[in-house]
Structure formats: structure tokens, C-alpha cells
Ligand binder design. Sequence first.
Ligand code: ACO
Length: 436
Amino acid sequence: MTIVKPAPKARASTETRTLTIRDDSTGETYVLPVEDGAIKASDLAKIPGGSDGAGLLTYDPGFMATAAVKSAITYIDGDRGILRYRGYPIEELAERCSFLEIAHLLLGGELPAEEELARWQDEITHHTFIHENIKKFIDGFRHDAHPMGILMSTVAALSTFYPEAKRIADERARRSQIVRLIAKMPTIAAFAYRHAAGLPYVYPDNDLSYTGNFLNMMWKTTELKYDPDPVLERALEVLFILHADHEQNCSTSTVRVVGSSRSDPYSAVAAGIGALYGPLHGGANEQVLRMLEDIGSVDRIPEHIERVKKGELRLMGFGHRIYKSYDPRAKLIKTIADDVFAVTRRSPLLDIALELEKIALEDEYFVSHKLYPNVDFYSGLIYQAMGFPVEMFTSLFAIGRTPGWLAQWEEGLLDPDQRIARPRQIYTGADLRHVD
Ligand code: ACO
């Protein structure tokens, strides 16, 4: 029997769990330690017999069962519909905190005390302006450029404005870039919209809250001072909170992977924005709206459901890699929708969404596949009621997710276990051959 020895434990554990693997081709038995519910892939690799003569690999497209990091930021229990940031339930945070408190919590591990919060807000507020050259840069995009394309490129371009961002080992330099990214993301997103709409840019108003100022940069026209509607301001704030982190999702993993090569945070976050852009991730809220518009009326829902069941389409805003009972964010968002629609016009698409949800939740296909509405199902309707064009939806997600990306980026950098990300492959191509 070969023992693959356990690595020293970071934390004392009261029980030692092991996994015994028998290789039927050799009759050899291997005992692998199980720590935190995982075996180490490097222990598995000590077992000979991999495809290229090396050790055994796991084949895991989409990382369905691979933990690549240890993280103390966000806890999710997908079966029970639980989401916590740094231990706090999302429901309590959404009800009682501001977005900047959440950013502080995700990044530093604790909710800020009153004075700390005042300093943190002040710091973020004083970095909301962008260099005038960035405005010129945004001006260069076509009038119909997608805001996510503008956001991604402009965030990447920020690295050229702050060369000290490369000093990722310097805590103060890291902190400066974190503040800048959180502060400037709404400004860039709003400027991208104003550019597409052919409207003049509106500069940040430092008297307003983080979210109030974003609404100001989006919507201010000729009034001397923009006065955000408090219900809409709070609703958007809660939406930002609900999007602030979601552990190792596609965009966050991208940020970590890029960060693992020690590039600057602007480049890492720009890559994360690229990942978020896709219709299976943050782009889904845009797709939900388009799907509801395509369906057009309640009586056409059964036809749409049939096409989904035949595999011709996916029901956008349904399903989640992790949540298999319900998405707690979707539940909270549904309650926000009521507050928002009390202020704005009720979206005519809401009836279609409600009926679609009702039918899908009763339908055998969706029940057996454990498909429930996710965070994106209702958020698009709220954004639309607030006046945001559909193309802006994913940028709103990106603003909310920025503190999470940065917290995860920094955690990855400071984790001594982490190495440059470099997955393995199983080669399936041609064997050696020669040019005739
Ligand atoms: N509509 C119809 N069927 C679906 C859907 C859906 N929305 N989602 C999954 N399924 C089906 C698949 O066809 C598959 O069926 P099969 O086993 O019979 O072949 C099964 O459920 C499993 O689907 P996968 O794609 O393997 O599930 P995965 O965990 O990889 O995908 C994902 C999760 C990408 C979110 C998927 O549910 C989806 O495409 N949803 C629609 C897009 C969406 O709303 N994305 C937003 C997610 S939330 C976020 O990113 C913030």
C-alpha cells in the first residue's frame, strides 16, 4: 500500500478522514488525506498512470468539482440557498448596510465603525473623477459601441494612467488602485452611456452618495443640482450589494487567474469585465429582457417553454451552477421590484415574467433540472423601470461586483499557496507526424 502523506495542516482538525483508491490495473492501493472536504490534486498526481506518463489528473471542464483556492470572503450553500459575505447573511446586509460598507467588509473583513466608514466614503468620493484624457479616449468609440466594451477597454487603459499599479507587492499602492477602481467604475459606466446617447458628460457630485452620484452622472440634464429619488437610489444600492461578490464565479476566477501572473489590478479587472460580459454570466440580465420582449405576451409563454424543453433555447435568468433550491438574491430582488414599480411605471413585461416563473416552477422539466430564477431574472426589469437602457445592465452588475473582484484579487495575491494559474490538459490531437 502506498501512502500519499498529508501536508501539514493550517488548522487542527479533530478527525482525520482519508480516501482509499485502488488502481485496478496495478492492484496498488493509495490512501489520500481528505482536508476540508477535498483531496489534493497534487496527491492524486503522485499516483502514476496519467495519459502522458505523468501522474493521474482530474478531468473537470468548467471546474465543476475543483476548488482552486481557499477563501475567507464569501460562503455559499447552493442546496440551501445561503449566501454570506464574511459570515453575515446577505439578507441582513441588504437590509441594513450601504454598498460602501459592504465594499469595506469584503476587502478588509469587517464592517467599518462610524469613523472608519466616514474616512472610507471620503476616500472613495475623492477619486470619482477621471483624467480628462480618459474622456477623450471614450469619445473615440463609435456612437453605438456597447457600454461593456467601453467599460472593459477604459478600465484596462487606466493602468497606463497609474503606472505604480504594477507595484502589487506594495500594500499602499494596492490600496490606491482599489480605491480608484471602486470610485471610477460608476463614472466610466455613466460616461459610456452618455457617449452612446450623445449627451454631454456629467461630472461627479461629491455631495451625493456613491449610488446617488452614479444616478446624477447618468441622468442629470439642465437642473443645477440632481436630486436622486431616495427609493430608486436605495433600490440600486441594494442591487449593487447583492452583486458585490459571489465567490469563484467565471469573472472572479478570471480576475484571480490574470492576477496570478502578477499583472496590475486594472488589467485583471478588465479581464473580469470581459468574462462578465458573456450571456451565460452577467450578460444574462440583458438576455432576459430581450427574451421577455421576444415572447411578447402571456399567451405565447407555453410555446416558448416547449422550445426550451426541446433544447432549442435556454430560459434566460433561470438556472445556476451553484444554487439548486433557490437563489437568495432573486428572492430579495423580487421585493425590491415592488418598491421600484411603486415609484416608476409598472413594466408591461412584468406580467410575462411572473407568469413565466409560475409555469416554469411547476413544470416537470424545470423542477427535475432544479432550475429556479437567478439574480438576473428580475434585475433587468428593475433596471429598465429605472430608465437604464438594456445595454447598460451588465455594466451595473460590473459596478456592484468590483469590490468582490478586488477582494478576491488581493486574497489570491497574498495567499502563499497560490501559484500562477496553469491548468493541465488531456491531449487528443495527432500523434507525432512529419512534413512530407
Ligand atoms: N433553461 C433551460 N435548460 C437549462 C437552463 C436554462 N436556463 N439551465 C440549465 N439547463 C439545463 C441544461 O440544458 C442541462 O440539461 P440536460 O442535463 O438535460 O442536458 C442541465 O439543465 C444542466 O445545465 P448546465 O448548462 O450543465 O448547467 P450549468 O451549471 O453548467 O449552467 C448556467 C449554469 C450557465 C447558469 C445555466 O443554468 C444557464 O445557461 N442559465 C441561463 C443563463 C443565465 O441565466 N445565466 C445567469 C446565471 S447567474 C450569474 O451568472 C450572475
